[in-house]
Design a binder for this molecule. Sequence first.
Ligand code: FES
Length: 423
Amino acid sequence: PTVDVSSLIDTTNGVVDRAIFTNREIYEQELRRVFAPSWLFLGHVSQLTKKGDFFTTYMGEDPVIVSMDQDKKIQAFLNSCRHRGARVCRADAGNTKAFSCTYHGWAFDLQGKLQNVPNEAGYNEKFDREAWGLVPVAQLDTYRGLIFATWNPKAPPLPEALGDMAWYMDAMLNRDPEGTEVVGGVMKWVLKGNWKLAAEQFATDWYHVNMSHASALMVLSPTGKGPVSGIANTPGRQYVDPQGHGAGFPTHPKSRFDAQAVHEHYDYDALRDRLGAARVEGPMTTGHATVFPNFSYLPVNGSIRIWHPKGPDEMEVWAWTLLDKSMPPEVKEAQRLYNLRTFGPSGIFESDDGENWSEVQAISHGFITNNTPLNYQMGLGSERHDGVYPGTTSELYSDAAGRSFYARWADLMNTPAWHEETE
Ligand code: FES
C-alpha cells in the first residue's frame, strides 16, 4: 500500500500533519521512497586510511559495510549474507582481509565478492559464486572528505544533488587547504523521536535557540548573565534549497561560540580571502545545516551527525568531531572537548534538543493530538534571492527551509522510486 501524502503537507500555507511523525506505513514508505533513492552520508574518508580498513553503518535501516579495498578504493555494500541473511560484519570498525559470516562461514572480500564457501562441493555446477556477492551500492562519491552513497542507479551525480548547498558546506569543509579529518571515534546514542524532527530542526530552526538553550547560553557567557538578548536580535539568513537541504546562520563575526583556542588559531583575513567575507561572517559562524535527508552539521562546533531512522518513534544519532587537518594538536584537542561539552551525547545544547524531540514524540500518538496539525508559517513568502548568498534565502528566524524540506520529502513520497518502475 502507498500513502498519498499530499493532504499531510501544505507548504503553501505552512501546515504539517503529525501523522508524518507517527504512522508506521508512512515510515515504511520513507524507507522505500526517501532513503533508498537518495544520496546518504556514510562517513569521512579519514576513517579509512589503509587497505582493509572498514567501518559499518546504516543507509536508512539497511546495514552497510564501508571498506578500503586492495586498490585503496572505497567500497560500500549491504552487510547481510546472501546465504541466510546474517550480518557478515558485527564490528563497528577495524582492519581485515575478508568478512567471514559467523553462521556457516561464507567469506567475502573487501569488495563484497564471495571468496570462500565451506563445503562448496555440496553445491552442484549451477552454483555461481559471482552471483552471490554482497549487494553493492549503486553509486558512491565523496565531497571534500564526506563519503556519500545511494542504492539508486538513476540518482543524479552527487555534485548535482548537493547543488548550491556545497557553497554553504564549504564554510566548514574548505577552511583549510589540507581539508578536514575526524577525531575521537563515532559517538552513538538512541533518542525517542522521529528522525525528521532532528533533520528539520537543523535545516530550519534558529527560533528555538533563545528559549531552549537559554541556560546553556548563560553558562557560556563571560558575564554569566547570558548573551540572550544579543542572540535574540542577531541578524542572519537561512538558506532554502529546492532539494530539501537547509542552513541557518547569524551574519555577525562575533556570533561564534567556539573554543577560544580555535578563535585564536584562525587567521580571519586569510579565511576571508579564501572563502569570501560573506561566507566567513555568515555560514562559518554559529550556524546549523542539514543535507537532505538525514545528515546535519554545525560548522562552529565541528559536529557532523546522521539521524538514523529506527522506526517512526526512534532515531539513533551518530556524531563525529570534524576538524581542520592543519590545526595544531592543542587546538584540535580544545575543539574536540568543546564539541563534547556542547554537542556530545550529554552536551549542554544537545540534551536540550533531544529532550524537545522526545517530548514532542511522546504525546504525538494521542488521537486528538495526532489530528491537530502543526504550524510552519514563519517567514511565509519571505524567500528570495538576496544578491549575497547563492540560491534562495529567507530570514534567520523562519520556517522556509523546513517547508522546502517537507516539500522535497512529499515529492519523493509521492513519486515511484527507481525500484518501482515497471519497464
Ligand atoms: Fe552467512 Fe550462512 S548466513 S554463511
